[in-house]
Design a protein around this ligand. Structure first.
Ligand SMILES: [Zn+2]
Length: 478
C-alpha cells in the first residue's frame, strides 16, 4: 500500500515536475498519448508519420544549413516529399556527416547556443538544472559508436523527454507503473557515484538507483549486488554486457539471486544475443526485454511481452535499405528519420545495423510495425563469397550448445579475407581433439565447405578498453 502510494506520488508528481526543471517537458502527456497510439490502425499511424515528415522536411530545409545543401545537391525540394517513399530519393546521412558538420546540422537559431555548449565544458549528456529559465540550454552529447570515432550532437531536452515517455510505455507493457523503483547500471564509474549530487536527487525524487555499468570488475559487481539487495528495484536496467556480467557474477559467487530479483530487466545499447538472454532469465527468473536505439536518435524500438520488437512509429520513420548481399533475406541497413521538429533532427540516418521490417503485425494486438531479424552491426555480419550470411547469433548457438558445456571458456570469431574464419578459443576443462573435430564438422555442414575455419588456442581473450568483450571481429572491413 505504502509502496503503491510512493510510486503514485513519484511517478505522477515528482518525476514529471523535476524533469521539467531540466527542460524535459510533457513526459506524462506523451506517455498517455503513446498508450493510445500503439493501438491505432496502421493507416492512422502512417498518416501521422506523413504529416510530421512533411513538416520536418520543410523545417529542416529552411532552418538547418546542412539539410538545405543536402536537399539542393540531390535536386529535391521539401514539396517533392509527398509520401514517405519519396524520401528514398534523398541520400542517407552518415556518421561521418555528423562528425564533419554537426554545427551545421543544428537549427540556425540555436547555432550560437551550440557553440556555447561546446565551450561550457560540461560532461557529455549532463542535464542542465533550471534549463527552461536559461538562455543557453542546449545539452551537448557524444556517441562513440562501435568504430570509436565520436559524433557530437545537441538537444534541448525534447529528445530525452521522448525517451522517458517511451520507457514508461515499455514498462507499462510489463505492468510496471511510472514511479516504480528502478536501478540503472549506467555509463558512470563507482567514484562518480560516490560524489554526485545528481545520484542522490534521482534516488529521492525519481526512485532511481544509479549503479556503475562500465569497466566492471568483481568488486563493482559486489557493490551492485549489495545495493540492489537494499533497494529492491522492480526494474533493472543496463547495458547488456553489464547485466550479463552481473548475472554471471551472482551465479559464480553462489549468491542468492532471489534477494535482488526484479520484475523486469531492460537491456539496451546493443542487441541482446540468445545466450545473454538465457543467462539473464536463468539467474533472475524475470521478464527480459531490449531497447534498440542510439544516443543521437533516441529509442527506436522495444520488445513486447510477445518477444516482438515494436518500432516507435509515432516519432520515427524506419527504412531498410536493401543490401546487395542480403537480397535473399529481404533485410538491409536500417535508416532512421526522427520525425519531430527538434533542433537537430536526423533524416535518413544510417544506423550501421542490419534488420528487416516484418510484413506482419504482432500477436499482442499493438499495431506498431515489427522490426525483425535485428542481426547486429553491419561489421558483425559476414557474407561469404557464395552469398551466405552469418549473423552473430549463429555463433551463440554454436558455442552455447549444451554438448559443449564446460569445454570452452571463451571464444572469439575473426572474419578474414577470402572466406577464412579464425576461431579463437580459451579451452575449458574437458576440451579434447574431438571437440575441435566436432566444431569443424558442424561448420562444414552449415557452410557446405565454402568457408575455411582455422582454430587458435589462447590462454585468454582480452576485452576492449571499454570493457566490452568482442564476440565477433570483422577484419575484412578494416
Ligand atoms: Zn507485440
Amino acid at each position: 500500500m505504502i509502496k503503491r502510494f510512493e510510486e503514485m506520488v513519484i511517478g505522477n508528481v515528482m518525476f514529471p515536475a523535476t524533469s521539467a526543471l531540466y527542460n524535459r517537458k510533457r513526459i506524462l502527456p506523451l506517455y498517455r498519448q503513446f498508450k493510445a497510439s500503439e493501438f491505432y490502425p496502421p493507416e492512422r499511424l502512417e498518416e501521422m508519420q506523413l504529416e510530421k515528415l512533411r513538416k520536418l522536411v520543410c523545417y529542416a530545409y529552411h532552418q538547418i544549413p546542412f539539410y538545405k545543401k543536402h536537399f539542393d545537391e540531390a535536386g529535391i525540394q521539401p514539396g517533392d516529399i509527398r509520401n514517405t517513399s519519396d524520401l528514398k530519393n534523398l541520400p542517407a546521412v552518415t556518421r561521418q556527416d555528423v562528425i564533419d558538420h554537426h554545427h551545421d546540422m543544428v537549427d540556425n537559431r540555436f547555432r550560437s547556443s551550440a557553440l556555447r555548449a561546446d565551450a561550457a565544458g560540461r560532461a557529455a549528456g549532463a542535464p542542465i538544472l533550471l534549463a527552461p529559465l536559461r538562455k543557453d540550454r542546449l545539452v551537448r552529447n557524444t556517441s562513440s559508436g562501435s568504430t570509436g570515432a565520436p559524433t557530437t550532437f545537441y538537444e534541448d531536452g525534447a529528445r530525452t523527454a521522448m525517451n522517458w515517455a517511451h520507457e514508461l510505455r515499455l514498462r507499462n507493457w510489463y505492468g510496471i507503473p511510472p514511479g516504480a523503483r528502478e536501478a540503472r547500471m549506467a555509463r558512470v564509474s563507482v567514484e562518480y557515484l560516490k560524489n554526485s549530487k545528481d545520484v542522490l536527487m534521482r534516488r529521492l525524487l525519481w526512485n532511481q538507483l544509479a549503479l556503475p555499468g562500465v569497466n566492471l570488475g568483481e568488486e563493482d559487481f559486489s557493490i551492485c549486488y549489495e545495493s540492489l539487495e537494499k533497494f529492491r528495484p522492480r526494474v533493472l536496467w543496463g547495458f547488456t554486457s553489464a547485466l550479463t556480467g552481473l548475472a554471471a557474477y551472482i551465479r559464480e559467487a553462489g549468491l542468492d539471486a532471489e534477494v535482488v530479483r526484479p520484475e523486469l530487466i531492460i537491456t539496451w545499447a546493443a542487441p541482446m544475443y540468445e545466450h545473454e538472454e538465457r543467462i539473464l532469465k536463468e539467474v533472475f527468473e524475470c521478464h527480459v526485454t531490449n531497447i534498440y536505439g542510439a544516443r543521437e536518435v533516441g529509442h527506436i524500438a522495444a520488445r513486447c511481452p510477445d518477444e516482438t520488437l515494436h518500432i516507435n512509429e509515432e516519432n520515427l520513420l524506419l527504412e531498410v535499405e536493401p543490401g546487395e548481399d542480403l537480397k535473399e533475406n529481404g533485410g538491409g541497413e536500417i535508416l532512421v528519420t526522427t520525425l519531430d521538429t527538434t533542433i537537430m533532427p536526423f533524416i535518413r540516418y544510417r544506423m550501421g545495423d542490419i534488420g528487416k521490417v516484418s510484413p506482419s503485425r504482432c500477436s499482442c494486438g499493438r499495431s506498431l510495425a515489427v522490426l525483425e531479424d535485428l542481426l547486429g552491426r553491419t561489421g558483425e555480419i559476414f557474407v561469404t563469397q557464395s552469398g551466405r550470411m552469418i549473423s552473430p547469433n549463429f555463433w551463440c548457438r554454436t558455442f552455447m550448445n549444451p554438448d559443449l558445456g564446460g569445454k570452452i571458456e571463451r571464444f572469439q570469431v575473426v572474419y578474414r579475407p577470402e572466406d577464412t574464419i579464425l576461431i579463437r578459443i580459451v579451452k575449458g576443462t574437458g576440451f579434447t581433439k574431438e571437440t575441435e573435430e566436432g566444431l569443424r564438422r558442424h561448420l562444414q555442414n552449415n557452410f557446405k565447405g565454402s568457408v575455411t575455419p582455422l582454430f587458435e588456442y589462447r590462454d585468454e581473450i582480452q576485452a576492449r578498453i571499454s570493457g566490452k568483450y568482442e564476440m565477433v571481429v570483422n577484419e575484412t572491413q578494416s
